[in-house]
Ligand binder design. Structure first.
Ligand code: IMP
Ligand code: MG
Length: 186
C-alpha cells in the first residue's frame, strides 16, 4: 500500500488493485496497442474526469504517433448508478472523420455511456472505434458492448481511486479500492 494518502484509505473496505499491479497492466496494454496499431496514428480520447489518471499513464506506454483529445460527459442519475441518459459537457476539439479512435474510460459498468459515445463517433465517420478501459464490471451490463482492451475485470462493487471518484473524492488514490458502503449509506 502507498503510505502518503492514509487519510483516504480509512474510507475503504479494502484495496482491490494496487498501484503496482495497475502500472504493470497499463504497460502491457500500451505494448499491445502499440503492436495492434503499427503504421497508424490513432486519436486517443480521454473521457473526463475519471479516465484522466489511466489515460496519462497509458499514452506514455504507447510507442506510436498518437494524438489526444478530451470529452466530458455527464450521465443523469445518482453518483453510484448511471441512468443511461448522457449529456456532452465538453466535446472533442478535432474532427474524427477517417481517424482510428481509441476511447479511454475508467470503468465500464452498465455500458450505456460508452455505447452512446461509440455510436456518436460512428456517426461522425471515424474509421475505427475501439474501447480501452481500466476496469470492467460485466455483471452490471445493460447493453451489449464490445470492450476491446481491458486491464481488470472486477466484481460488482463500488470502487474508487486511480481516477475513479465518489462525489468527486478519492480520484488521487494511487490504488483502486472498494469504498466502504458506510460512506454512501449514511
Ligand atoms: P456506465 O454507463 O454505467 O457504463 O457508466 C460508467 C461510468 O459510471 C464510469 O465512467 C464512472 O464514472 C461511473 N462508475 C461506474 N461504476 C463505478 C464505480 O465502481 N466507481 C466509480 N465510478 C463508477
Ligand atoms: Mg466516468
Amino acid at each position: 500500500m502507498t503510505q502518503h494518502v492514509t487519510v483516504l484509505y480509512g474510507d475503504l473496505d479494502r484495496i482491490l488493485i494496487t498501484g503496482q499491479e495497475i502500472k504493470d497492466a497499463v504497460e502491457r496494454l500500451g505494448a499491445q496497442i502499440t503492436r495492434d496499431y503499427q503504421g497508424k496514428s490513432p486519436v486517443m480520447i480521454c473521457i473526463l474526469k475519471g479516465a484522466v489518471v489511466f489515460f496519462s499513464d497509458l499514452i506514455r506506454s504507447i510507442d506510436l504517433p498518437v494524438s489526444l483529445d478530451f470529452m466530458a460527459i455527464s450521465s443523469y442519475g445518482s453518483s453510484t448508478k448511471t441512468s443511461g441518459v448522457v449529456r456532452i459537457l465538453k466535446d472533442l476539439d478535432h474532427d474524427v472523420a477517417g481517424r482510428d479512435v481509441i476511447v479511454v474510460e475508467d470503468i465500464v459498468d452498465s455500458g450505456l455511456t460508452l455505447s452512446y459515445i461509440t455510436s456518436l463517433l460512428d456517426q461522425r465517420a471515424a474509421r475505427s472505434v475501439k474501447i480501452a478501459t481500466l476496469l470492467d464490471k460485466p455483471e452490471r451490463r445493460r447493453t451489449p458492448l464490445v470492450v476491446d482492451y481491458c486491464c481488470f475485470t472486477i466484481p460488482n462493487e463500488f470502487v474508487v481511486g486511480y481516477g475513479l471518484d465518489y462525489n468527486e473524492k478519492y480520484r488521487n488514490l494511487p490504488d483502486v479500492g472498494v469504498l466502504s458502503p458506510r460512506m454512501y449509506s449514511e
